[in-house]
Unconditional design. Sequence first.
Length: 202
Amino acid sequence: MKRSRTPILLTTLVSAAVSVATAVSFTRWKRTRAAELRQGSRLAATSRGPVEYSFQPGPRRDSPVVLLAHGGPGGYDQGFLLSRLTADGFSLLTPSRPGYLHTPLESGRTPAEQADLFAALLDELQIERVAMLGMSAGGPIALQFALRHPERTWALLMEAGVSQAYTPPESANESVLGKIFLNSTAQELLMWLFTQFTWLAP
């Protein structure tokens, strides 16, 4: 007795259609996201090198400024997660750290160099003092900024910020999570999936 090939054929066609739809949706999302990133920031030529940043002004011209050292992966766009601060009376300055988005790695390879880059950005924007906020992997830069530029720091805040040296074991790079974290395409796919589930949520 011969089995019908119809179910197998239908499964193959449905799988192919889902794969094509997923690829099209992801490509459109990535293109739209890239365009949004290009439009939402500025580029400053500082004495320490170029740095991309966003500035969300507070309700007053003299609103105290919070300077965010973002985590990774990401860039200046992580500052939009904290936009509520402007409603609380603060301005929010978020640079893309060197190596992220449009800030070249040459502008600062170490936490100390990145802290000095942030100080140079403040010079360029004529901002005297800030509350330094280190988020996740931005913690070391926030700590270095407060240490190297105490006269420009009126507060130091850490949000799950890294505060000590961490050397991952060699096996971490070969693990599934390690490969996902170190692969930009995998990171983009995860972010795309997150946005899809967020849209479906009530």
